[in-house]
Design a protein around this ligand. Structure first.
Ligand SMILES: *[C@@H]1O[C@H](CO)[C@@H](O)[C@H](O)[C@H]1NC(C)=O
Ligand SMILES: *[C@@H]1O[C@H](CO)[C@@H](O)[C@H](O)[C@H]1NC(C)=O
Ligand SMILES: *[C@@H]1O[C@H](CO)[C@@H](O)[C@H](O)[C@H]1NC(C)=O
Ligand SMILES: *[C@@H]1O[C@H](CO)[C@@H](O)[C@H](O)[C@H]1NC(C)=O
Ligand SMILES: *[C@@H]1O[C@H](CO)[C@@H](O)[C@H](O)[C@H]1NC(C)=O
Length: 232
């Protein structure tokens, strides 16, 4: 999906803000049009959750021509049969909708100021696994249909499989950093050793010259000759 979207973006065929799933569906419906209503289930329109948990099914709408009597609903695709979870009509922008909920574990948690029409699905079971469609229709647009899909995967525990890629990336990055640190340590160590060796050589030179200086009674030049090579 991500790959398809990336390619689509590159080719400039679709707007970058449209998401693959919603886009494909709307294209199938033949209802997509620029500057129209847009339903969005977020940048990551899927979620893997453990049975028994409560999940947020996110959805927002956007319309640059404004809304009037915007009808929306949430539907669950239960083996091909669309089961309506809730529905409502937003008369005007800024008006809180009165939402009719048809599912005992669904709660509407959206809010009008942010065009948010998300729902909460409580105590999920394995039967809740599947596709949820956030549907919208703005009468201002001659009743064109718009929708976005959110996919919920219910698992009995969050498996390692989901983290494989993360682990690979983490270990690659970690390995890279370790390598870099190792290299830098080695470099620093080499520099340190070289400096020590140089210092030792210098000190040897200084000491020997110092002895000469002392013997010659030129104590000041001893300090100078010692300080100057150390700076290099
Ligand atoms: C989730 O499903 C597993 C396997 O069926 C079960 O053992 C577990 O109790 C369930 N957890 C919850 C919170 O329902
Ligand atoms: C979907 O179909 C499967 C297998 O036919 C069945 O086990 C399951 O209960 C069905 N789910 C719903 C929500 O109807
Ligand atoms: C979810 O399950 C908990 C514990 O079983 C129960 O108290 C709560 O009422 C359930 N919530 C819904 C919305 O069914
Ligand atoms: C929509 O509202 C819900 C509940 O208040 C919140 O958790 C979610 O982040 C909101 N989504 C957006 C896109 O604002
Ligand atoms: C929009 O969806 C409704 C069902 O919700 C359907 O009856 C209607 O024909 C659809 N309209 C278009 C233009 O696809």
């Amino acid at each position: 999906m991500e790959v398809h979207r990336r390619r689509a973006e590159r080719e400039g065929a679709f707007p970058t803000h449209a998401f693959s799933t919603g886009l494909i569906l709307t294209l199938l419906l033949g209802a997509w049009a620029a500057h129209a209503l847009e339903m969005s289930t977020g940048k990551i329109p899927f979620l893997v959750a453990v049975n028994g948990s409560t999940v947020l099914l996110p959805c927002t709408y956007a319309s640059c021509i404004g809304i009037k009597n915007l009808y929306f609903n949430w539907q669950f695709n239960a083996n091909g049969t669309m089961e309506k979870l809730c529905e409502s009509t937003i008369p005007y922008e800024g008006v809180e909708p009165h939402v009719s909920v048809f599912h005992e574990r669904v709660e509407f948690v959206g809010n009008t100021p942010s065009n948010n029409i998300s729902i909460l699905l409580a105590n999920i079971t394995f039967e809740d696994d599947g596709e949820y469609t956030c549907f919208g229709r703005n009468p201002k647009e001659k009743f064109k249909n718009h929708s976005a899909i959110f996919t919920l995967s219910v698992v009995d525990e969050l498996r390692v499989v989901d983290n494989t890629l993360t682990i690979i990336i983490a270990s690659a990055v970690g390995g890279g950093i370790a390598l870099l640190m190792g290299f830098m340590l080695l470099k620093n160590l080499t520099i340190f050793v070289l400096a020590k060796m140089e210092e030792k050589n210098k000190e040897c030179l200084v000491t020997s010259s110092g002895i000469d200086n002392t013997e010659n009674g030129l104590s000041g030049s001893k300090g100078d000759s010692k300080a100057t090579p150390k700076k290099k």
